[in-house]
Design a protein around this ligand. Structure first.
Ligand code: NAD
Length: 360
């Protein structure tokens, strides 16, 4: 029997509600696939600040380092907004990413047939879209030095940020992207601005070199401005996109919008070795917390990503994805994806519906 240690961090706002449904799905999967999941649940973010004064307790970080992976709900809310930046709930996420060395962010954008009309783009453009954006998460413009704003002798100011990548940093994210492409449609688009930025010219060369080890994956290159345009013009042309931090930040949000609902989108952050964290892309939605109206599907699909990318349980991951699809095809909807002619249900009932589809 396979056995895995998972650290569950529900967090704030709708976090506890959506986590409860995700844990139900993990338990159903464990039974079907003879896998044992040992789950430790701990507070994080605002809930941790309230309990012990810090957004991420040392004990929780230690558990994260010892676990096979971390499943996170969401953190933050108005209650903690007045606090100093150094102890805000969101610091917990940054600390986890840093301490676990999570350098690759995977954000799928998949349009479910039943929801194709929820997109702001036309059904014929978005139907069948299934894209994975692999974003470099710990380098580039957001971390490069020198950085800052300085006063100049003439009284004006000068702001500087640095777009910097080393060969090993590019190689490791490229390998993650090729591995992901290998498990999907075997097509990888590397996005850069190699015609203007030297750093991304290096990016293009290194990705091309890494491609030699993946003869089964078709690599193409695209400039970032063209990619932004192609994502709304003909998004079905993409399978996996790999890009640096800033470009990935922007393009993954653009790709997410193709799908129409923030409550449906999972994500994975992977590190070297086995560390990984899985979470929905949305926040803690304080406006709907505690009302049993949140959509738990993003967190449930984060569980599917966890099974696929960390636990080598591809078949179980596929079962969860199909179960979600069938629930949507049956016309069951939480408020965020509700359309006339469908049946509106709550967070709990949505979790139960997915579990009953998994159970068959
Ligand atoms: P948000 O994603 O929490 O909410 C945006 C809108 O989407 C809201 O109207 C909300 O009700 C809705 N929504 C979000 N998730 C939903 C779901 N699962 N089902 C149904 N509707 C859903 O973004 P925000 O309002 O900008 O931020 C709220 C808090 O969350 C802030 O404190 C912010 O800092 C935090 N935040 C946390 C994370 C994270 O934990 N990774 C990410 C983003 C924002």
């Amino acid at each position: 029997m396979k056995s895995f240690k998972i650290l569950a961090l529900p967090g704030d706002g709708i976090g506890p509600e959506i986590m409860k449904e995700a844990l139900r799905v993990i338990s159903a999967t464990g039974k079907r696939h003879a896998a044992s999941f040992s789950i430790e649940e701990r507070p994080v973010g605002g809930a941790s600040i309230d309990g012990c004064g810090v957004p991420l307790a040392d004990e929780v970080l230690k558990l994260a380092l010892l676990s096979d992976c971390v499943l996170l709900g969401a953190v933050g809310g108005p209650k903690w907004e007045g606090l100093d930046y150094s102890i805000r709930p969101e610091r917990a996420l940054l600390a986890l990413r840093k301490e676990l060395g999570l350098f690759a962010n995977l954000r799928p954008a998949r349009v479910y047939g039943a929801l194709a009309d929820s997109s702001t783009l036309k059904r014929e453009v978005v139907s069948g879209v299934d894209i994975m954006v692999v974003r470099e998460l710990t380098g580039g413009l957001y971390f490069g030095v020198p950085r800052g704003v300085e006063k100049l002798p003439d009284g004006t100011e000068r702001g500087v940020n640095t777009l910097v990548y080393t060969t090993p940093e590019i190689e490791r994210i490229a390998r993650v992207a090729f591995d992901v492409a290998r498990k999907r449609g075997k097509r990888l688009t590397s996005v850069d601005k190699a015609n203007v930025l030297e750093t991304t010219e290096l990016w293009r060369r290194v990705v091309t070199r890494v491609a030699v080890g993946y003869p089964d994956v078709a690599l193409s290159h695209m400039y970032v401005d063209n990619c932004a345009m192609q994502l709304v013009r003909n998004p079905r042309q993409f399978d996996v996109i790999v890009t640096e931090n800033t470009f990935g930040d922007i393009l993954s949000d653009e790709a997410a919008m193709l799908t129409g609902s923030i409550g449906m989108l999972p994500s994975a952050s992977l590190g070297a070795g086995r560390h990984a964290m899985y979470e929905p892309i949305h926040g803690s939605a304080p406006d709907i917390a505690g009302k049993d109206v949140a959509n738990p599907i993003a967190t449930i699909l984060s569980v599917a990503m966890m099974l696929k990318h960390s636990l080598d349980m591809d078949e179980a991951a596929g079962e969860i994805e199909s179960a979600v699809e069938r629930v949507l095809d049956r016309g069951l909807r939480t408020a965020d994806i509700y359309q006339a002619g469908t049946r509106r249900i709550g967070c709990r009932e949505m979790g139960e519906a997915v579990v009953s589809e998994i159970d068959g």
